[in-house]
Design a protein around this ligand. Structure first.
Ligand code: PLP
Length: 350
């Protein structure tokens, strides 16, 4: 497959910015090349030097953890940056379109709107699974991207694997982006393992969820090395700050925290689901493969405001089509989940 045909020609031909730290990669020396402050930062730690533009120390660890090659990894300032760059790399406003499957993660739509790209929405079915026939009907020769989020946000469920394979096998005129932000909470294997077989696949993951590093902003796009090379070409030169790089390297050296967090959150999720199912005004708890659950409540919006008044913040999805009267609840620690159940019980007994 000539997937380079899905890249805009001006991106293929772009001569990227060459940063000082691209030209000299050593750590030792007298650095008079990047107009930095030679005195330091006036802090206990110094941040006066520009960071590694290609974040090799992080990528070495990720390649080991994810069993892939360094040149298959692109790192973004959150996966949101990767989403935006993929759109800018592939879609010309007024010409190309992308397919979204709502209800799903809102940034695909926002990013496409910012880039003025036509969005074709093919809703999930009532069971929150992909409408494969509808998607295939909506695809035309100008469809450059198909976004699939599994496990899906805000519904929480994983999407049927065979449906995703059908789409990968049938859609040949652009890239399929599989957003696996919540994959660490799922027993489903990552599509990362399929990159060698399907060069038009891009898999997104993030350190913002199971790894507990949301504030550092580190998102990953795993793809064919040519695609990674193009993303590196169009990203801002130093898109991942030095502090983030240093802390992430430390965090990835020991993934015990992430594994233990996942175990605990999954146990808390099961416990919370059990307790909520005994409340009669809880109308439905949707199956979850993520660190949150979508719950259909009687008088959901009133409940949502009641919880806010008690300083317990959830995400009301009642205005989202197919999520009517539903609230998305992130699984907290045991005391937080206790508080939630207590407040919900109070609300319905008032
Ligand atoms: C499905 C999905 N993808 C991507 C993201 C964004 O992740 P990041 O923090 O890496 O930008 C989120 C955040 O909530 C998400 O739910």
């Amino acid at each position: 497959m000539n997937f380079e045909a899905f890249i805009l020609p001006h991106i293929c031909n772009l001569k990227p910015y060459s940063s000082a730290r691209d030209e000299f990669k050593g750590k030792e020396g007298v650095f008079l090349d990047a107009n930095e402050n030679p005195l330091g930062s006036g802090l206990s730690e110094n941040w006066n030097r520009y960071p590694d533009p290609l974040q090799l120390a992080i990528k070495e660890q990720l390649a080991r953890i994810k069993s892939c090659h360094i040149d298959q990894i692109f790192l973004g300032n959150g996966s949101d940056e990767a989403i935006d760059l993929i759109m800018r790399m592939t879609c010309r406003s007024g010409v190309h379109n992308i397919i979204l499957c709502p209800p799903t993660y809102g940034m695909y739509e926002v990013s496409a709107s910012i880039n003025h790209i036509e969005q074709r929405k093919v809703s999930l079915k009532k069971d929150y699974q992909l409408d494969v026939a509808g998607i295939l009907q909506s695809i035309d020769k100008n469809t450059r991207l198909l976004f699939i989020c599994s496990p899906n946000n805000p519904t929480g469920n994983k999407l049927t694997r065979s449906d995703i394979y059908t789409l990968i096998e049938s859609y040949k005129s652009g890239f399929i982006i599989i957003d696996e932000a919540y994959i660490d909470f799922s027993d489903e294997p990552s599509f990362l393992l399929e990159l060698a077989t399907y060069p038009s696949l891009i898999v997104l993951q993030t350190l913002s969820k199971a790894y507990g590093l949301a504030s550092l902003r580190l998102g990953m796009a795993f793809a064919n090395p040519t695609i990674v090379g193009l993303l590196n070409k169009i990203k801002p030169p130093y898109n991942i700050g030095g502090a983030t790089q240093e802390i992430v390297v430390k965090a990835l050296a020991n993934t015990k925290f992430k594994d233990e967090s996942v175990d605990l959150i999954l146990a808390e999720r099961a416990n919370l689901i059990n307790r909520l199912s005994t409340i009669s005004d809880v109308l439905q708890i949707y199956p979850s493969d993520a660190n949150f659950i979508l719950v259909n409540f009687n008088k959901a919006t009133d409940l949502f405001h009641y919880l806010i008044d008690s300083k317990l913040i959830t995400r009301n999805r009642s205005n989202v089509a197919l999520c009517e009267d539903s609230i998305r609840i992130t699984i907290g620690i045991s005391e937080e989940n206790d508080k939630l159940v207590e407040l919900i019980t109070q609300f319905y007994s008032a």
